[in-house]
Design a protein around this ligand. Structure first.
Ligand code: ADP
Length: 644
């Protein structure tokens, strides 16, 4: 047998055994081979079709034109879309019936001639199956949505009568009741409230599931949300002897775009759980920046507790609906295990993700990652020179959160549970001391004695107090109130550092100040206030500070300043608006030189500043030489002119 004969026999054997219909044609589309599977599929015998045009035999009339041009294109270019690819096309049987086919065409050259072999498979069965599955899925989805909609509407409807029941119980409890009746009413009220919470959860869950949830896109003030949460959680936490602390990272923007209500709901849920499943220690809520893609910010919100923790094997199912770690646990009696399922779905709807880091007995940390549009960012803050500070608190949760917050502005912090743990040297070197020691006069006396022994000026010591508690604070720096707010902590810290940094009012310095005059620094960031303030004071100016544009206008109306340094982006009133208003004030304010301070040195900003009535422009981070030069230029004999 020759090689060609052998090839032909192998080909014939393959064609005979193939489950696919094999059809071989030449470059004019004439059939050269028509395998047994093809005979069966198309209903022709091999003898009937040999030498005939393939398009007449298997291709439906409306596709014949496309087939002809495909062949023609291949003969011209050697390329074609169906060659060596798997494509789905309609095909036609002898009886005229059409069916969906899967087709692969392989070009081959035999004895210098261009041939094509098509492998054709009837996929009607598969297509029918797919269509049935798709239809079944759509029906199931519609049924599930209908059920969720029913649940959503039912729970909505259940709330109205329940609210009336609760209202009536409240009214009843305001009227005179016998002690026993009072107790019954109390029970009815707390059960009613638990029922209401449950219904609200079911309502939320079913709304999300039925696709009825719409998220808002509104300005969200992140620190206000966290402050609000921490303040309201602190009450319940205090009853259990727990501390609630917060940490806001240095680059976290003031305003982002999102759904404030839903963000609050998600975090509140995590904070409530954290308090519920923690017996000692406390809960820390922190917000940090992970990344800052153009005009957006990727934030991490973490709720960490020192509670019972969650074992590895339970962690995955927690986010499923109606799941609780220990279903017999009586502490969980107030929930149904829907909270985390709702949290996870809300976070997903916001485009974020949630993860849990926990181990049995070692506390839990739920971390949410969200990317949001920035409406108003935070300026780059000047790094402070590293200086030592001390935080004294019996609560590790509070100590760590406060230490992190102070470290974020460059301080080096030592934490201690009590003043007794600190050496005199450590106390003496501290530029700032925060003491969370309660209001017991004995504890405060002990603190005073420790400070005196270490020769520490009490003005650099700030007490952390519970709201409403005011002990004798003579000599101490401004107190801070719990729950501790990051902005308040930093403002107090920077204020005290500024007072320490100011040069002593020696007669020579006073003369210098008189020569140089009084400057108004308008700036909302406490660290920038501290740095720019110290630079100006060292350069011989007397410095007043305004925290925003509104305060600046008031200060400019009350005092004649030599120069005003005006930040642009501030809360309440921005620098441009403040400048326009100062220019309208009667008297010297209308002509006082105003120098813009901004991180954005774009010429666009520059012309907006000039249009608002500013005199010059200095960039941040502040360069002392540049700033002083610009101020001196304004103070010089020539009238205030814009620096071009
Ligand atoms: P529930 O209504 O029961 O609180 P959740 O979905 O909020 O429902 O929580 C589900 C379960 O996850 C809780 O029952 C509890 O077992 C566990 N869990 C949630 N948060 C914590 C946490 N911070 N520490 C320990 N366990 C937690």
């Amino acid at each position: 047998m020759s090689a060609t004969d052998a090839d032909n026999s192998i080909m014939a054997a393959i064609a005979a055994a193939s489950l696919d219909a094999l059809i071989t044609i030449d470059d004019a589309g004439c059939i050269l081979e028509f395998g047994p599977a093809a005979e069966q599929l198309f209903g022709y015998t091999r003898a009937e079709v040999m030498g005939r045009s393939v398009s007449e035999i298997v291709i439906p009339p409306h596709l014949r034109q496309a087939h002809e041009s495909g062949m023609e294109k291949f003969n011209r270019t050697g390329e074609g879309p169906v060659l060596n690819n798997r494509v789905e096309v309609p095909a036609i049987r002898r009886d005229g019936s059409e069916f969906p086919a899967e087709l692969t065409v392989v070009p081959l050259t035999v004895a210098g001639k261009q041939l094509f072999t098509a492998f054709v498979r009837d996929i009607s069965e598969r297509k029918r199956h797919e269509a049935e599955l798709e239809a079944a899925r759509a029906v199931a989805e519609r049924a599930s949505e209908a059920k969720s909609r029913f649940l959503a509407h039912m729970s909505h409807e259940l709330r109205s009568p329940l609210n009336a029941v609760l209202g009536a119980i409240n009214l009843m409890m305001d009227s005179p009741l016998a002690p026993e009746q009072q107790m019954f009413a109390q029970t009815a009220r707390s059960s009613g409230q638990a029922l209401l919470e449950l219904i609200n959860e079911v309502l939320d869950y079913s709304r999300i599931e039925s696709g009825e949830l719409t998220l808002r896109a509104e300005p969200v003030e992140l620190s206000a949300i966290v402050n609000g949460l921490v303040s309201s959680a602190a009450l319940g936490a205090a009853e259990k002897g727990l501390e609630v602390a917060q940490y806001i990272g240095p680059r976290v923007p003031h305003l982002v775009r999102g759904d404030p209500g839903r963000l609050r709901q998600v975090l509140a849920n995590l904070v409530d759980n954290a308090i519920k499943y923690t017996q000692s220690g406390g809960v820390t809520v922190s917000v940090e920046v992970l990344d800052e893609p153009a005009d957006r910010v990727r934030l991490s919100f973490a709720v960490a507790d020192t509670g019972i923790g969650i074992a590895d094997e339970d962690q995955q199912r927690l986010f499923g609906e109606f799941s609780q770690v220990d279903e017999s646990d009586s502490t969980a009696a107030t929930g149904v295990g829907l909270g985390l399922a709702i949290v996870q779905r809300l976070v997903a709807a916001m485009g974020g993700r949630i993860e849990l880091d926990s181990a049995s007995g070692r506390g839990s940390c739920f971390r949410i990652e969200l990317e949001l549009d920035v409406i108003r960012g935070r300026h780059a803050t000047e790094p402070l020179p590293a200086r030592p500070a001390v935080v004294i608190s019996g609560s590790a949760v509070l100590r760590e959160a406060a230490a992190r917050q102070l470290q974020s502005i460059g301080l080096t912090v030592t934490g201690a549970a009590s003043i007794g743990e600190l050496s005199a040297a450590r106390l003496a070197e501290a530029v700032l001391i925060f003491a969370d020691i309660g209001t017991d006069p004995e504890a405060i006396d002990a603190l005073r004695r420790g400070l005196t022994a270490a020769e520490v000026d009490p003005a650099r010591v700030h007490l952390l107090l519970a709201v409403g508690a005011v002990p004798d604070m003579a000599g101490f720096g401004a107190p801070l109130f719990k729950p501790l707010q990051p902005a308040a902590l930093l403002a107090v810290a920077c204020g005290t550092l500024r007072a320490q940094d100011a040069p002593p009012a020696a007669p020579a310095a006073a003369a210098l100040q008189q020569r140089r005059g009084r400057v108004l620094l308008v700036e909302d960031g406490p660290t920038n206030q501290l740095i720019a303030g110290a630079m100006l004071e060292r350069a011989g100016f007397e410095v007043d500070i305004a925290n925003n544009g509104h305060e600046a206008v008031e200060a400019a109306a009350a005092e004649d300043y030599a120069v005003i340094l005006m930040d642009l982006r501030m809360p309440i009133m921005d620098g441009l608006e403040a400048t326009r208003r100062i220019r309208q004030l009667p008297g010297a304010a209308a002509v006082v030189p105003i120098i813009a301070l901004t991180a954005n040195a774009l010429s666009d900003d520059r012309s907006r500043c000039m249009a608002a009535g500013m005199s010059d422009f200095a960039t941040k981070p502040i360069d002392r030489e540049e700033l002083v030069r610009k101020i001196e230029k304004q103070l010089g004999p020539s009238p205030a002119v814009a620096d071009s």
